[in-house]
Design a protein around this ligand. Structure first.
Ligand SMILES: [Zn+2]
Length: 240
């Protein structure tokens, strides 16, 4: 199919996202991009709309971004999880159920702690941490509202029954080795802090679809690097 130089406009506020992110601040409300490779389409890169949405401190979501297909996966959560954070986008919800099921078959029991968090919830978390521990601590450990990947509905934090999820525990090892089979990646790997901007988090996984997850896993890269590597295929041009 000939897709060369077709100009496509889209807006994030409609829940439509672009697969390719330049590693700089973008106007996420309104921009366009040009497909330059005739063989590669959005759909080839993304198994579901928005699966490759990049959220980090340079690419925040606006306060109105809310996934439309949130649902509650049938997996165990820790007791103090609130109802809102027990949800994920449908595709990620189905995938996490499969991951938990397969882990159990392998003798690994995960508990979920937090998945979707709205802009307002993230704001509340930041403010309460700011009040309790001060700005330096809050800035180091809590994402500012709009800059948390949990707002996408594609991320989830998990733990184990001992509530001690460290790099060396068997659950973390299983998660690091197997997540990609279900379309998830370890979003904040060790040694990549300078790229992700976030400290190593063995418990935080992000749904990106099986194709991207496998490539990211095999090449030991981050979502940022994956998207950057794909830039030769798609060139994004901001409006104006
Ligand atoms: Zn997380």
């Amino acid at each position: 199919m000939k897709l060369k130089n077709i100009l496509i406009s889209t807006t994030l506020s409609l829940g439509i996202t672009l697969p390719i992110g330049r590693l700089s601040k973008l106007d996420i409300d309104n921009y366009s991009y040009i497909l330059e490779d005739e063989d590669i389409t959005n759909n080839d890169l993304e198994e579901c709309e928005g699966a490759l949405l990049l959220v980090n401190k340079y690419n925040p979501l606006n306060d109105s971004y809310e996934p439309l297909d949130l649902k509650k996966p049938n997996i165990p959560f820790i007791n103090n999880s609130i109802e809102e954070e027990k949800q994920m986008r449908e595709v990620a919800s189905n995938a996490i159920e499969e991951l938990f099921r397969k882990a159990k078959d392998d003798g690994i029991n995960f508990l979920a702690t937090s998945a979707y968090r709205s802009y307002n919830t993230q704001n509340d978390i930041y403010l309460s941490r700011l009040e309790a521990k001060g700005k330096e601590y809050a800035d180091k450990y809590v994402a500012l509202p709009g800059k948390s990947e949990h707002q996408t509905g594609l991320s989830i934090d998990v733990t184990n029954e001992r509530r001690n999820f460290t790099k060396k525990c068997k659950e973390a090892k299983w998660l690091a080795s197997n997540s990609y089979k279900f379309g998830f990646i370890l979003r904040y790997p060790k040694g990549k802090e300078n790229i992700t901007g976030i400290s190593y988090e063995p418990w935080h996984i992000r749904y990106v679809g099986k194709k991207a997850a496998k490539e990211i896993f095999q090449n030991r890269i981050t979502l940022e690097e994956y998207l950057k590597n794909k830039q030769y295929d798609l060139v994004r041009r901001e409006i104006n």
